[in-house]
Write a protein that binds this ligand. Structure first.
Ligand code: G3P
Ligand code: CA
Length: 289
C-alpha cells in the first residue's frame, strides 16, 4: 500500500528528499521512506522531554528527536511540554501551595529540585527537567538531530530571540549544525520571527493552514507539520507543490503516529516525516510494507 502510494508520488518525494532526509541515520529505511522523529524523545518508553527520553531514542537507533522549550520565572529556558509542572513532575508535593504550578512562575533553581521521572516509572526517579543548555549538550553528545518546538510563545515575550541566542552559543547555528536542526511552533508569528532572525535556519509550522493560505506560509516556513488526522493525499501533494523560503519544495511531518495502520496511511499520503512516541513501531511498520 505504502510502496504503491510512494510510486504514485515519486516526483514529489524525490523533489523533497534532499532537504531533510538523514544521510547518516543507521536506521534510515528504504529510499523515499519518511524520516521518523522521536516525539518528546522516545516518550512511550522514558519520561517525555527528559535527557533519558533522548538517550532512549538514541538507543533505539533514532537520530531525530522532538522536544519543547519554555521559560522559567527567572528567564532560564527549560525543556517541558505543558505550561504547568503538575502533570510531569512532583511539584504538588514539593511546592503544595503554589497551584496552578505554571512553569513561568517557578525559578530554575526551584524546577531543578523537581522529580520529572517518577510519574512515568519508579525506574526514572530523580530524573530532572533539563535546561535547554543541558539538553542541547546531550543532543550533541548523542549525535542527534533536533526538531525543537517553541511552546506557548505568547507566555514568553522574546523567547524566539532568546532560544536562537542559546542555540548560537551552543554552536548549533553554524553550517555543520543547521542541517540537523528545525525550529517549529504552533504560532505562525513565532515561526516567521525565527525565520527573519536567522534566515538560514529550517523552520516548521505546526498546524494545517488552508490551501488558500499555504502560499503565505511558504514565505517563512520550510515545513508544514499537521496532525495526521487533518491531512489527505491531496493536501500533502498541494504542500509539496509549493516552494519554501530556501527555494526547495515544502515538506510535511505528520504527528503523532503510534500505530502501524496510521503509519502506513500517512506514508501513503507521501509525508516526509512521521513524529511518534513509539518510533520503533512506526519504523517497523514502514519497513514491513
Ligand atoms: O511535533 C509535533 C507535536 O509535538 C505537536 O504537539 O502538543 O505534542 O507539542 P505537542
Ligand atoms: Ca511538541
Amino acid at each position: 500500500m505504502y510502496a504503491r502510494a510512494v510510486a504514485a508520488t515519486t516526483t514529489a518525494i524525490l523533489g523533497t528528499a534532499v532537504l531533510l532526509t538523514p544521510t547518516c541515520d543507521a536506521r534510515a529505511g528504504e529510499a523515499g521512506e519518511p524520516t521518523v522523529i522521536a516525539h518528546r524523545g522516545a516518550s512511550a518508553y522514558a519520561p517525555e522531554n527528559t535527557l533519558a527520553s533522548i538517550d532512549k531514542a538514541s538507543k533505539l537507533g533514532f537520530s531525530w528527536v522532538e522536544n519543547d522549550v519554555q521559560r522559567t520565572k527567572d528567564g532560564e529556558l527549560v525543556v517541558i511540554h505543558d505550561d504547568s509542572l503538575q502533570r510531569t513532575t512532583n511539584v504538588e508535593d514539593v511546592f503544595p501551595g503554589r497551584a496552578p504550578w505554571k512553569v513561568k512562575d517557578f525559578t530554575a533553581a526551584e524546577i531543578a529540585r523537581l522529580d520529572a521521572g517518577s510519574w512515568f516509572s519508579p525506574a526514572y526517579a530523580g530524573t530532572c527537567v533539563p535546561t535547554l543548555k543541558q539538553y542541547m549538550r546531550r543532543v550533541e553528545h548523542n549525535h542527534e538531530k533536533l526538531l525543537l518546538e517553541i511552546k506557548n510563545p505568547e507566555l514568553y515575550p522574546g523567547i524566539e530571540q532568546q532560544t536562537l541566542k542559546l542555540l548560537g552559543n551552543e554552536g548549533w547555528l553554524d553550517g555543520r549544525h543547521l542541517g540537523r536542526l528545525i525550529v517549529q511552533s504552533f504560532s505562525a508569528d513565532t515561526v516567521r520571527t525565527v525565520h527573519e532572525l536567522k534566515p538560514a535556519l529550517t523552520t516548521a509550522y505546526l498546524g494545517r493552514p488552508s490551501v488558500a493560505e499555504l502560499h503565505q506560509y511558504a514565505g517563512f516556513t520550510d515545513l508544514i507539520n499537521p496532525s495526521y488526522g487533518s491531512i489527505s493525499n491531496g493536501y500533502v501533494s498541494t504542500v509539496h507543490a509549493l516552494t519554501g523560503p530556501h527555494g526547495r519544495p515544502l515538506e510535511v511531518f505528520a504527528w503523532t503516529v503510534d500505530d502501524a495502520a496510521t503509519a502506513w496511511k500517512v506514508a501513503g499520503y507521501g509525508v516526509d516525516g512521521v513524529i511518534s512516541n513509539k518510533p520503533d513501531v512506526v519504523r517497523a511498520a514502514l519497513d514491513s510494507d
